[in-house]
Design a protein around this ligand. Structure first.
Ligand code: BGC
Length: 806
């Protein structure tokens, strides 16, 4: 232990007090030992430091900070350098705001396109997500503070996020859901990890010895701190045993007492606490060093704004360019249509929300730029209401233009933390507008703003399509520079765009049932599925156009990597993202046809050729063998594929690789669907054969009284009339708020009340309601109104007395 001497001097109470927050964002200080509080702030694409009223829902304003493009956007750049640069700027701003731990990046896999926080995550591919995250972490931590990679692990949906039990087989867990964390932790050297709200295979993630001890600590050698997600702690002692140092936010000392009691009763060894304190002290002391000397309390707002613009420029994806309608020719008359042109959609809702230092708006930018604009019309109502009048006005304007720039996308209430989307469509009123515009002027360039994949049955009606994702406070300007051709687009999709939602592999198993969600599709998520199962998609993973063209040639494969040439065969300088995919040819162990194992982004002037190398690493040939319980290499021929996207393989070769001689882990006849790769409809029996046990009952047990881990939504069948009434009231408020167009407020009800487990009432109220009081509330919910109310009042009195020291 690094701080053994100091720890020896601390009392049990003092040590335990470091294990949970002092308030919503800060840790406990112990001035008598020279230990300061440290500040944790969201993340991930800008600093959200709340100076006053604190919340984890993104409700109250924070100190202005640069809003960079969200992770889903940055991922399209496929540039580790860019991610690192953004991290660098985030680090500068975090220091200026005296933040010690920046709560990001978020690196959960995009298992399903509807998952509400996809805009905050990088990719459906763990290798890409891991590499970008590692870059961002290095950038942030180069300023002496800590990043906090989140949410560990398998947190891939918002529905019932605080209680849902994720059922996933060990190989899929390792290869798909943990690999990004492994890369972020080993290559990024993050000092902090945030555990996830959900359960994994029956155990809360922060209590899960398998992922917290066997994998995180022992296999990956992680010696940093694990912090719970806000309010995510279930059994504090079990969490501590698993190595979860910090619980956030404060519980006013209640859970520290639980730790103390556990030690006094012999349930927990004091050494376990000491180890946790040691790691916590290391986080505190190392991230405080920067503030011990004079540090920069200001940052150059304009420079950071320009950096955000540059990041967006590298991340925008050109998806369609019929007849080379883009870049716009000099002097063309453009009509600007779409509400998002006037008020940019540039970030998502929830805890990641940033109060931007500035905000570029497309329409203002267009007016000031060299474009010949003939006017602006909103064309549709942002939150989906139909308006014939708006469409008519937009058509009248479009008629007189050479090109229509149509700004469409999803609104901010649709993409929000705490809620998954209901479908993959953009609102019908926008599609109606496009249909009408197409009748009067087919020269339409659509500019799409949203943080996740959408269906595009309307794509035939646009000639150009640029996807800006959620491109941050300077995204509008970046887009204009792409439209004008000052910047050549170089982004490529970090997720697949299916033709329709029903084509997604997890379609039948998302968001699961009342208690659990079964990842029956196994490792076949994203392109791993579409490719192997031969399902046609709208846009494949890794796809993106440029204003120039690239040719690939002269592939050379050797033991250490692949080398090949790329030539810019067009007339404009540009950047190309070349991707290395590997596929095993043996067929003995089921696998996706191809998996991303490396990538490179190269800048090439017109006519220029460069020879590039992608080196192999420890992930290139490995698979996780559930029989030997370790990573192995299968002896086989491997297809080495160099692609401009996962579906556009330009060069190919074969390499024989010697294996580790591990036994084949599966009995093929028991897993026919997995061996076919068509895992969008796996029977429960076959899934059970894969996971090696029965799946848990997925329905609520309505006969049991409600307990700590049951959600407020379960009050619908509570014994107590008051609880059922409360449920009705909550449901009614949700319905009513949506009815009157207050969707964001309605969302907050879902996110912070409806799906919250009862224990959350105590975990999130900073000690106002403690666990004994919660017992009273549960008695009331379970039909013991008087007994419960009495208990509640008595416990409240005790708490108040205790606080007054009586
Ligand atoms: C989110 C985290 C966030 C935390 C603090 C939680 O609701 O899941 O990502 O860092 O709140 O705001």
């Amino acid at each position: 232990m690094k701080y053994k001497e100091l720890i020896k001097k601390m009392t049990l109470e003092e040590k335990a007090s470091l294990m949970s927050g002092k308030d919503f964002w800060q840790t406990q200080d112990l001035p008598q030992h020279g230990i300061n509080s440290i500040f944790l702030a969201d993340g991930p694409h800008g600093i959200r430091k709340q100076a006053e009223a604190a919340d984890h829902l993104g409700l109250n304003e924070s100190i202005p900070a640069t809003c960079f493009p969200t992770a889903a956007t940055v991922a399209n750049s496929w540039s580790v350098e860019l991610a690192e640069k953004i991290g660098d700027y985030l680090g500068i701003e975090a220091v200026a705001q005296k933040v010690n731990v920046l709560l990001g990046p978020g690196i959960n896999m995009k298992r399903n396109p509807l998952a509400g926080r996809n805009f905050e995550y990088f990719s459906e591919d763990p290798y890409l997500a891991g590499k970008l995250a590692a870059g961002m972490i290095r950038g942030i931590q180069s300023h002496g503070i800590s990043a906090c990679v989140k949410h560990y692990a398998v947190n891939n949906q918002e529905e019932r996020r605080m209680v849902i039990d994720t059922i996933v087989d060990e190989r899929t867990l390792r290869e798909i859901y943990l690999t990004a964390f492994e890369i972020a932790i080993k290559e990024g050297q993050t000092k902090a990890v945030m555990s996830a709200y959900n359960m994994l295979n029956g155990v809360h993630t922060n209590e899960n010895m398998h992922i917290m001890q066997d994998i995180l600590r022992k296999e990956w050698g992680y010696d940093g701190v694990v912090v719970t997600d806000w309010g995510g702690s279930n059994d504090r002692v079990a969490g501590l045993l698993a190595g979860n140092e910090l619980e956030m936010p404060t519980t006013a000392g209640e859970t520290n007492q639980e730790i103390i009691q556990a030690i006094r009763s012999g349930k927990l060894q004091e050494e376990v606490l000491d180890e946790c304190v040691d790691r916590m002290l290391d986080l505190i002391f190392t991230t405080e060093e920067v503030y011990a000397k004079p540090y920069k309390q200001q940052f150059d707002v304009d420079e950071h704004h320009r950096a955000a613009q540059k990041a967006a420029e590298e991340s925008i994806v050109l998806l369609k360019n019929e007849g080379n309608i883009l870049p716009l020719k000099q002097g063309v008359k453009v009509a600007v249509i779409g509400d998002f042109a006037n008020e940019a959609r540039y970030q998502g809702a929830g805890s990641s929300i940033v109060n931007p230092t500035k905000l570029d708006q497309p329409w203002n930018g267009l007016k000031e730029s060299g474009f010949v604009t003939i006017g602006y019309e909103p064309g549709f109502e942002r939150y989906g209401k139909k308006s014939r009048k708006r469409i008519e006005k937009a058509c009248a304007l479009a008629k007189n233009a050479d090109v229509v720039l149509l700004y469409i996308g999803l609104d901010e209430a649709t993409e929000a933390e705490g809620l998954d989307r209901h479908d993959m469509r953009i609102p019908q009123n926008q599609i109606d507008l496009l249909d009408a515009l197409y009748q009067v002027n087919p020269n339409i360039v659509a500019i799409l703003s949203c943080g996740a994949a959408v269906e595009m049955p309307w794509i035939g009606k646009v000639k150009g399509l640029l996807h800006g994702y959620l491109s941050g406070q300077a995204g509008a300007k970046a887009m204009l520079r792409i439209l004008s051709g000052e910047v050549n687009p170089s982004g490529k999709l970090a997720e697949t765009y299916p033709l329709q939602y029903e084509d997604t592999p997890s379609y039948r198993y998302f968001p699961g049932k009342e208690v659990s969600v079964e990842y029956r599709e196994g490792p076949f998520i994203g392109y791993r599925y579409f490719d192997t199962a031969n399902v046609e998609v709208r846009f494949p993973f890794g796809f993106g156009l440029s204003y120039t063209t690239f040719e690939y040639s002269d592939l050379q494969v050797d033991r250490d990597g692949v080398t090949f040439s790329i030539t810019n065969t067009g007339s404009m300088a540009g950047m190309e993202v070349a991707q290395l995919y590997v596929g095993c040819e043996s067929g003995l162990i089921f696998r996706p046809d191809k998996e991303l194992k490396g990538f490179v982004k190269v800048h090439l002037n017109a006519g220029e050729t460069k020879r590039v190398t992608i080196a192999f690493d420890d992930k290139t040939f490995r698979y996780f063998n559930v029989k030997t319980d370790r990573w192995e290499i299968e002896e086989a021929d491997y297809k080495m594929m160099i692609g401009a996207s996962s579906a556009d393989i330009r060069l190919q070769d074969r390499l024989f690789v010697e294996g580790t001689e591990a036994p084949i882990p599966y009995e093929k006849e028991k897993l026919p669907t997995y061996y076919s790769g068509k895992t969008n409809d796996v029977s429960v029996e076959e899934f059970e054969a894969l996971i090696g046990r029965k799946v848990p009952v997925s329905k609520w047990d309505r006969t049991r009284p409600l307990g700590y881990n049951d959600t407020i939504a379960q009050c619908q069948y509570a014994k107590g009339g008051l609880a059922r009434f409360a449920f009705w009231l909550i449901s009614f408020s949700y319905w009513f708020l949506r009815k009157i167009g207050k969707r964001s407020t309605a969302n907050i009800i879902m996110m912070s009340i409806y799906h919250m487990p009862f224990r959350g009432i105590s975990r999130m109220t900073g000690g106002v309601i403690n666990m004994p009081m919660l017992d009273g509330i549960l008695m009331i919910a379970n039909g013991q109104l008087l007994k419960g109310a009495g208990h509640l009042l008595r416990e409240r009195k005790k708490l108040v007395k205790g606080a007054k020291g009586l």
